[in-house]
Design a protein around this ligand. Structure first.
Ligand code: A2P
Length: 308
């Protein structure tokens, strides 16, 4: 299994990342330090996770103590939907750099393609923003190397295509929900064709998401086929699901706040399943999306039925 993918920007991205959504404060510091100790070298965060300061502190402590080189760490962060206009993109990125205590991020993503304005009373309001303007801000940051690579998240194929047609800087990475029940075949093939790396969030099927977000209460970790294959390799269902996505050419971003599971999720690079088992898992795709963004209903740029 490849440990890195070479991006269209020329930089290398580790294929296994540490997801940090919902992790904050002392707990995050403790588990991130442990993840770095184990060997994780790719950290996925976002301005909206409100945890960049903790991440910056853990990383700079390690770098200052001579226990880590900045260049060996790959940091991904994201610009939130309240900051999609060009000047706001730049402001958000500067703020992320300051919190992360670094002069560049390895990957900067547009978090979602749906614009928002925050009103004075702090209420959020839907707003159409021209994503090509957003991308101009990103290109500026790329050209000044504040972001070594730039990309998008939760974009549809058409939205990605419009950026490719418009800009001299193609997205290097697309991050989206992807797991054995939702393989994103069309988007993946499109991204392969355009040399865009695809990162899978919720690679385990987001098992702890609250029920309203889950269709049919499906639980990927409990799938009988996954359990059977896991048993035959003496691996866990989570390891099988991650190994499967890596075999398929995805970058995977599992997240865990539990040290045993953080360790477990790292043991997915040194082995590979047979083609037969891979094909069996590939047949599980049921088009089940766990992150459905139903609160975006009514936004002019939100198409519920589209793959993104
Ligand atoms: P926990 O933090 O208690 O480990 P996803 O990455 O698909 O969104 O899933 C994240 C969720 O999966 C987290 O709530 C996490 O809970 C749980 N999780 C992470 N790794 C494993 C694992 N190896 N086995 C079972 N559950 C896991």
């Amino acid at each position: 299994i490849a440990r890195f993918v070479t991006l269209n920007s020329g930089f290398k991205m580790p294929t296994l990342g540490f997801g940090t959504f919902m992790l904050k404060g002392e707990k995050l510091k403790e588990v991130l330090d442990y993840a770095l100790f184990l060997g994780y070298r790719h950290i996925d965060t976002a301005a909206s996770y409100e945890n960049e300061e903790e991440i910056g502190q853990v990383l700079s402590d390690r770098v200052n103590a001579g226990r880590l080189n900045r260049k060996d760490i790959f940091i991904t962060t994201k610009v939130p939907r309240t900051h999609l206009k060009k000047a706001d993109v730049i402001e958000s990125a500067q703020s992320s750099l300051a919190k992360l205590k670094t002069s560049y991020v390895d990957m900067l993503l547009v978090h979602h393609p749906w614009g928002f304005i925050k009103k004075e009373n702090n209420e959020m309001q839907f707003e159409h923003v021209d994503l090509l303007e957003t991308w101009q801000g990103f290109s500026t940051l790329f050209k000044s190397q504040k972001a070594h690579s730039i990309g998008v998240s939760n974009f549809t194929l058409e939205q990605i295509d419009s950026i490719l047609k418009f800009s001299d800087v193609p997205p290097a990475n697309v991050q989206l929900e992807c797991h054995a029940y939702f393989l994103q075949n069309k988007l993946k093939a499109f991204c392969d064709e355009h040399h865009i790396a695809v990162s899978a969030y919720a690679p385990l099927g987001a098992p702890n998401r609250p029920a309203p977000h889950v269709q049919n209460n499906e639980n990927l970790l409990e799938d009988p086929l996954i359990k059977e294959i896991a048993k035959s390799y003496k691996k866990t269902p989570a390891q099988v699901l991650l190994n499967f996505l890596l075999c398929r050419g995805f970058v995977v971003l599992p997240k865990s706040a539990n040290k045993d599971r953080i360790k477990e999720n790292l043991d997915v690079l040194n082995w590979t399943m047979t083609t037969k088992d891979y094909d069996k898992i590939a047949s599980l795709d049921k088009g089940i999306r766990f992150f459905r963004f139903l609160f975006m209903r009514g936004h002019p740029d939100f198409f519920e039925e589209e793959d993104f």
